[in-house]
Ligand binder design. Structure first.
Ligand code: GLY
Length: 278
């Protein structure tokens, strides 16, 4: 069996894998590791697509999507279009652990968070307000998959979604099988990119099923993006995957997908495989 391994999307995923591995070293579970790792990125105002400082919707309001999944039980918790809460990943975990539901949205999700002790705060920053005024595009998700030293896996993702989206728009990240999937028998995957394209192909479920039938994580990610590319062309879809043996991989349709991997106190940035130059 492999030692602990964490794999996450994008350069800022390095902070997430380091946070996840630290949580495991401190005695936490795979779920604790996913939550701790994603919280690092949610709290970073420099990341303009997740949590604090995330790109607002068309009305200038930050609406967050997040989800968490446990590979042993296939339990899932998720929130969508959640406003004013810094750590949607932690609210998603509470939905998983303290309700009989999978997904809470909008006002209901906010009410649930406030009832469970989360504090209300403005998630815009001077920088995000400036960008909103300039109406620039920005679009990335923190997705994280963790394998602990005992074969337990968990996955999570968190995002402010597509920049300047319609209020109420929900992307792939809080949708099980789309933005994330994990099964201890096989492995897990997390996605980033244009949620509308990721969702319609059940991308992360498909990646895990490819691993189940013997593909490596890298081949599984490539197979998913190839399927999407064949019908949609050069859209923005990227996946990371990790299997129960600790093997990992990542791929996008287009070139330019850095991802982070951490193991045994070491973390590094790698480039995902791709189908076309851009
Ligand atoms: N992949 C994040 C989103 O589309 O919302």
């Amino acid at each position: 069996m492999s030692g602990p391994v964490a794999v996450a999307t994008w350069r800022f995923g390095k902070g997430a894998v380091e946070g996840a591995l630290k949580a495991l070293r401190d005695g936490g579970t795979a779920l604790d590791a996913v939550e701790a790792g994603i919280r690092v990125v949610e709290a970073d105002p420099e990341v303009d697509s997740v949590g604090l400082g995330g790109a607002p919707n068309s009305e200038g309001v930050v609406e967050l999507d997040a989800a968490m999944m446990e590979g042993r039980t296939l339990r899932v918790g998720a929130v969508a279009a959640l406003r004013d809460v810094l750590h949607p990943i932690s609210v998603a975990r509470k939905v998983m652990e303290e309700t009989q539901h999978v997904l809470l949205v909008g006002e209901g999700a906010l009410k649930f968070a406030l009832e469970h002790g989360f504090r209300r705060q403005d998630l815009t920053t001077e920088e995000s307000r400036r960008k909103w005024r300039e109406w620039k595009d920005a679009h990335d998700t923190i997705g994280l998959v963790v394998l602990d030293g005992e074969g337990n896996m968990a996955a999570g993702c968190s995002t402010s979604g597509s920049a300047y989206k319609l209020p109420g728009r929900v992307g792939d990240s809080p949708i099980v099988g789309a933005g994330l999937y994990v099964d201890d028998d096989v492995g897990g995957a997390a996605a980033t990119g244009r949620g509308e394209d990721i969702m319609r192909y059940c991308s992360c479920f498909l990646a895990v099923e490819h691993m189940r039938r013997g593909l490596s994580p890298q081949e599984a990610c490539l197979e998913v993006v190839r399927r999407i590319y064949e019908r949609e062309g050069k859209v923005s879809v990227y996946l990371v995957a990790l299997d129960r043996e600790g093997r990992y991989g990542a791929a996008g349709i287009k070139k330019g997908f850095p991802y982070a991997v951490g193991s045994e106190g070491r973390s590094l940035l790698l480039e995902g495989a791709y189908l076309v130059e851009g």
